[in-house]
Structure formats: structure tokens, C-alpha cells
Design a protein around this ligand. Structure first.
Ligand code: GLN
Length: 539
């Protein structure tokens, strides 16, 4: 019997950023899994942050949270949505983390008096991470490198990848480069020069891409493919087109399959793959392109200008649309512009309202106006993390008569800190990695909306927050009608609040958006969209 060798695909990007490298990587993973292969996907990020936890979503997009509480790049979210392979904090490796680990070893004296350098110490540490999943349980590892070929901060990673492929065997590895073939409207032509130059940068450092995936808005002719192949020194059959999808990103696995990408990967790496079954993806695309109706919902947040800041929330809403066979039109509303006076006008026509997670005081009062409007007008409301805390503040102020109720995150003086810090959070000095993070159990109470939606008593959901429902106010608030429908059984923390006499009013302290997938929509999102559809049809 031949020895099992874990194969590697290394994905780099060229020409410009935001080419959709994460999505393409995720789709390649989905195509390989659909052929019965066992994969892992990891992301290498050249930034110096040890993890994404301290990064502002406005600059860098959402912070995605893994089961084990890793605060990671949002590309991990794409991966998790498309594949069933497991993920943890170890699937996102930053320069900061590599340097931290090397410096820790140096302090321990592990380098035996050597001068610690980028080559070989940093590159060796990167290589150890590239091969961290190798073994009989894994057929293919996909490693995506953040940034663009030619970035100074990515240099050590590219050198490590080059060395890794040299050692692991060229036949066991694929360098796949995602590039842009821009269309010049004025001259009406596609241009290959940026691709040639970007491949040139890789070749200068000794990396010859094996496959090119070309992002383009127009079809690439055979002649043009031949030209790209010739000047980039890549086989003609290894130049693939990735045209902008027409309707939904869920078409992408099929698009790449039709281009022959998974067949090419399998034959190049000699993988023992089964036949392709993209039936479930085709069904998703069919549902998205043939909705039975539409529904308008509002997402009231602070970072609404930037789509990536609430990436998983928007994706989860789309998944719930698929589950309900409707198109959900998401209206992104800036919370800072909302007041009790204008909220009725600004949210007119919305059949559902969602307040996502967030930090800091900006926009808080506008979010409270939105939740109050949803509560009083019986519009399906769904609050995520901060959105749950806001719902509790509104209830305390406007139903339970605690006029100054607030979270101690926003007011230290309030006599009614209905949301506050637990003791262990009060002493926290370092901001990185110190929140309540990762999957925790939650027990659902019989007869509630949450229990009905999940259809089970015990669930696990992911957290990322410091503040909690203050148990000192539990009695007072429940007496006035607030329903506590989910509790952490070990810590006795309130995880879900609801209202009776309302079609759907649910706030969750956790982040359900990190577990929703197009092939497995999240039950609470699905229930909220269903309630929103019911409302829109009854109006
Ligand atoms: N700022 C709130 C807290 O820290 C909510 C966090 C969130 O929404 N992720 O508890």
C-alpha cells in the first residue's frame, strides 16, 4: 500500500485586493468535499495583530468567532459556510501569532544561542503551521494567503510557501493564483498585462503558479486564455475563468466546476475522488432565483455603510430567505440617525427589524428607538448580542418604569444597570482575547419561541461580549412580563429574552449568525424571517 500523503493547495491573490479569494477558496473546498475528500482550510494573514479580535469592523470587516472562541478573519466565515470541515482558532494564522510564538521560544532559550531571523526561524514557524493538519485523516489542505502578491508584509509567507512546496514535493502541491483580468470599457477589451505582471512577481521569488483563476466581468476567449498561459508559463488547461456570478454567490461552486477546476485539481494531485454531486447547491440556486415572494426587513446598526461589517448576519438572513423560499430585501439603517420621533417614518414598510452586535455608545439611543418601535407595533424583532441588551434596556425603561435603565457599558451613573459586567470581567486589563468567547451551552425553556424554533432543549451557540444581563433585575423584569427563554445552565446567565403577546420578539446574547449555512439555515433566523413574511402577507 502506498503511504498516505496529505496534498496542499496554496492560494494567493494578485493585481488588486477584494477579488473574492476567500469565497473562491471556500468554493474549491466545497467542490472537493462534494467529491468525498476530507479537507482543511486555513488562512494566513500578514498583519501584526495576534488575532482579529482587536480590529475595528469598519476597517477590516466582521470578526468571525470559531467554536473554540478564536476571533478570526471574516474569510473563516466563508469557509465555514461552504464546507463541513472543522475550524478553530488554529485555522487563522497571523504574522503577529507567528512572531509571538517565535519570540516566546527565543525567551525560553529554544534557539540555543542562535541569532533569530526571518529566514529560517519565522519561515520555519510558518511551515510548521502549513503542515499542521497533515496526516491520514486529511486528504487536502487549502492554505489561503491574505493580501496581494508583492505586499512587503507577505514576503516571509511566500518564501515559506516556496520552501514548503520544495520539501513536500511539487506533485503533492498546487500553487493557485487568483488574478484580475480587467475589462476596459473605452477600448472594449479585456487586459491580461496585470495578470502577467502579478505572476512575474511570484516568479521572481521562485514561485511558478500551477493554476490561474481569472476574475473577470466578460467571458475570456480561448485566444486570450492561450495568451495568458503562454506568458504566465501555465498550462492552457490550467487557466480558469471566474466570471462575476449573475444572481447569487451560491452559483460559484457550479461555475468553477463547469470550468473544470475540481477535475483539474484532482487529476493534478492524483486524488482518490468520487463523482461530483452538486445537487444541494443547485437547489439553493434554484430557490434563490425562483422566490415565492419578497419581504422587507431592516438591519439597524452602526456600520451599515460597509457590507462586510455584518457579513455573517446578512448571509444568515439570506439563508433564512432560502429556507422560507422568499427573497429578503435587507434595508441597512444607520442607528445614529434614528430617534423616537422619526423611527416610524424611517422604518415604514419594514416587516422585520434586526439589531446586530456592537460595541460602544454611538448609535445606542437610535437602536433603542428601533426596538421600542418593533415592540409597540408588533413587528418581528430579532436582537443579536448587543441587540438583545438593547431590548432589555428598552423593556426596563419603557415597560418596567426604570427611566434611567442602561448598560454599564454606556452609563456608569445609572441606578438600573440592567446589563452589567460580571466580576471576572471587571478586573480585565488587556483587551485582546478576554471577552466571553466561543461556544457555550444554553438550555431552552419549554413553551417559548426559541424552544419551538430550535426544536430541542440544549443548544450550543457562540459568544463574543463582555456585558451580561444583570441577574439582580431578573425578578423585577420577569414580573413585568419579560420572558427568559434560554439560560446558561452552568453559569446561570440569561442567554435569550422574549416577549409574549408579540408575533416574534427574541433577543439572544450569543451570535447565531456564526453557525448558519446556505445548506443548513439557522432555525432562529428562519423563524424570524417566517414571522416577517407572515406579517407582510397580513398587512
Ligand atoms: N458591547 C456588548 C458587550 O460587550 C455587546 C457585544 C456584542 O454585541 N458582540 O457585551
Amino acid at each position: 500500500m502506498t503511504k498516505h500523503v496529505t496534498k496542499h493547495i496554496i492560494i494567493t491573490g494578485g493585481v488588486v485586493s477584494s477579488l473574492g479569494k476567500g469565497l473562491t477558496t471556500a468554493c474549491i473546498g466545497a467542490l472537493l468535499e462534494a467529491r468525498g475528500l476530507r479537507i482543511r482550510i486555513q488562512k494566513f494573514d500578514p498583519y501584526i495583530n495576534v488575532d482579529a479580535g482587536t480590529m475595528n469592523p469598519f476597517q477590516h470587516g466582521e470578526v468571525f468567532v470559531t467554536v473554540d472562541g478564536g476571533e478570526t478573519d471574516l474569510d473563516l466565515g466563508h469557509y465555514e459556510r461552504y464546507v463541513s470541515a472543522p475550524f478553530s482558532r488554529n485555522n487563522n494564522i497571523t504574522s503577529g501569532r507567528i512572531y509571538r510564538d517565535v519570540i516566546a521560544k527565543e525567551r525560553k532559550g529554544a534557539y540555543l544561542g542562535g541569532c533569530v531571523q526571518v529566514v529560517p526561524h519565522i519561515t520555519n514557524e510558518i511551515k510548521a503551521n502549513i503542515r499542521q493538519w497533515d496526516g491520514p485523516e486529511v486528504d487536502v489542505v487549502l492554505s489561503e494567503l491574505g493580501g496581494t502578491a508583492g505586499d512587503i508584509e507577505g514576503a516571509a509567507f511566500l518564501e515559506a510557501f516556496r520552501q514548503f512546496v520544495y520539501e513536500h514535493g511539487r506533485d503533492n502541491c498546487i500553487f493557485l493564483h487568483l488574478t484580475l483580468v480587467p475589462y476596459l470599457r473605452a477600448s472594449g477589451e479585456l487586459k491580461t498585462k496585470p495578470t502577467q505582471q502579478s505572476v512575474g512577481i511570484l516568479r521572481q521569488i521562485g514561485i511558478q503558479p500551477d493554476m490561474l483563476v481569472c476574475r473577470t466581468e466578460k467571458p475570456i476567449t480561448q485566444e486570450m486564455r492561450d495568451k495568458i498561459a503562454m506568458f504566465c508559463n501555465v498550462e492552457k488547461k490550467h487557466v480558469f475563468e471566474e466570471r462575476d456570478v449573475e444572481n447569487t454567490i451560491y452559483e460559484l461552486p457550479q461555475v468553477l466546476h463547469d470550468e473544470g477546476l475540481d477535475d483539474a485539481i484532482i487529476s493534478r494531485l492524483g486524488l482518490p475522488a468520487g463523482s461530483q454531486n452538486l445537487g444541494p447547491w443547485q437547489e439553493v440556486v434554484h430557490t434563490v432565483t425562483n422566490p415565492t415572494g419578497t419581504v422587507d426587513v431592516a438591519v439597524v446598526g452602526k456600520y451599515v455603510e460597509l457590507k462586510d461589517a455584518y457579513k455573517s448576519v446578512y448571509e444568515s438572513i439570506d439563508h433564512a430567505g432560502i429556507a422560507n423560499k422568499v427573497e429578503v430585501k435587507i434595508h441597512r439603517i444607520n442607528a445614529e440617525e434614528l430617534t423616537d420621533e422619526n423611527v416610524g417614518k424611517r422604518l415604514r414598510g419594514m416587516s422585520g427589524i434586526l439589531v446586530p452586535g456592537g460595541f460602544g455608545e454611538r448609535g445606542i439611543e437610535g437602536k433603542i428607538s428601533a426596538v421600542r418601535f418593533a415592540r409597540e407595533n408588533k413587528i418581528p424583532y430579532y436582537g443579536l448580542c448587543l441587540g438583545m441588551q438593547i431590548a432589555v434596556i428598552d423593556f426596563a425603561r419603557n415597560v418596567a418604569g426604570m427611566d434611567d435603565a442602561n448598560s454599564s457599558e454606556f452609563s456608569r451613573e445609572t441606578k438600573h444597570p440592567v446589563i452589567s459586567l460580571l466580576k471576572d470581567q471587571r478586573d480585565v486589563k488587556n483587551m485582546g482575547g478576554t471577552m466571553r468567547l466561543g461556544a457555550q451551552p444554553c438550555k431552552l425553556i419549554e413553551g417559548t419561541i426559541a424552544r419551538a424554533a430550535y426544536g430541542t432543549e440544549m443548544i450550543q451557540e457562540r459568544h463574543r461580549h463582555r456585558y451580561e444581563f444583570n441577574n439582580d433585575f431578573r425578578g423585577q423584569l420577569t414580573e413585568r412580563g419579560l420572558v427568559i427563554s434560554g439560560v446558561n445552565p452552568e453559569l446561570d446567565l440569561v442567554e435569550i429574552v422574549e416577549l409574549k403577546d408579540h408575533p416574534f420578539f427574541v433577543g439572544v446574547q450569543f451570535h447565531p449568525e456564526f453557525q448558519s449555512k446556505p445548506l443548513k439555515p439557522h432555525p432562529l433566523f428562519t423563524a424570524w424571517v417566517k414571522a416577517s413574511v407572515d406579517r407582510s402577507r397580513s398587512q
